[in-house]
Ligand binder design. Sequence first.
Ligand SMILES: C[S@@+](CC[C@H](N)C(=O)[O-])C[C@H]1O[C@@H](n2cnc3c(N)ncnc32)[C@H](O)[C@@H]1O
Length: 371
Amino acid sequence: MPHLFIKNPSPICYPSKVDDVEFLFGVDDLIAVSVDGCKFFLSIQKRDDKYLLKYDKITRPLSSYLKRAYLAFVKLSQAQVLSSNIDGIKDKQPHKYLITIDDNLAYKDMIVEIGFGSGRHLLYQARKNPHKMVLGIEIHKPSIEQVLKRCELEGITNIRIIDYDGRLVLSKLPSNAVSNIYVHFPVPWDKKPHRRVISKYFINESIRVLQKDGILHLRTDSDNYFEYAFWEFMHLQKPHLQVYKNKDLEISSKYEDRWKKLNKNIYDIYMINDEISADIDNHFDFSLGCLDVDKITQDAYIFDEFLIHFEKVYKINDDYSLVRLTMGDFHRPEHLYIVAGPNSYYYKEPLKHALNQKTHNKLKEIMQCQK
Ligand SMILES: C[S@@+](CC[C@H](N)C(=O)[O-])C[C@H]1O[C@@H](n2cnc3c(N)ncnc32)[C@H](O)[C@@H]1O
């Protein structure tokens, strides 16, 4: 976790600019900064006679942006640096194949793999299908780095990687565009089943994004996960499934090799999609207008399909407040910030999809200023 210990920082004035880092406002331990248009928070916390300068988890940016913000803060506040672990962070641009969830993901013929780990299977699919775009979704940064390095070494050009929660990414993909979705050895989350990648929502989104005859393939070594997922698939009106036990595939991941040595059972569920789905409406409006924090009368607002949980309100000045909240689907709510006042805006934007649009509309209703 990149951080600094500093001593004697002077209070800073807002707004201020140091090199290309803008300091927008400060509340509590949070310092709002913008680097190349990317907004995030630094956090400064007192520890005995020194301060810990670190990042805010919800808005964590690229490490290179973080390093620039840390150094700019030290310069602006004329603080003394006691120790830091940021020297090794290179000031480099993100890899060209590392894309973001907000990029245009409208590829015509795609393969998607969620939680690709070492990337053996992802790279195999890319080599085998040079005319398809292979989209890998992973949250473990070292795995992402490793796969991007292999793409360079092997000259693979048809892989794109997104560092994001795989449960949410399908909602950003066009309908009928994906031939295969792979979920191989997902984390079983036996104690927190709501965090599992496979869910009714995920299955329905898979059906929407899969081409007709496209396949969602779950491979797992967990008896519990297999059983759970099987019944999630069986909730479909007319599930078209193939189920196998201990079937060898043409490629085996490092993770799988380990289980095979232990003689563990491995299960496969293939869901074949028989439907052609309607296109999704991509015309969303996430503008906020005038919001009043005094309109929030309870912590949590629960609706049929989604929730809005107001976690904390910080006063920025007489006109504006910062609101930290979670909103959206019960199992996968997003952690966000809103700057609320006459011209409100999301400090961290929600993912733009239909359920979040509904949640956003309710949020506006709850917090709307008196006309
Ligand atoms: C047990 S490993 C399996 C890796 C690989 N599929 C294999 O077969 O070797 C699970 C992987 O899923 C990733 N992961 C867990 N939750 C995820 C999520 N919500 N979205 C994307 N990746 C996730 C983890 O970082 C990890 O790399």
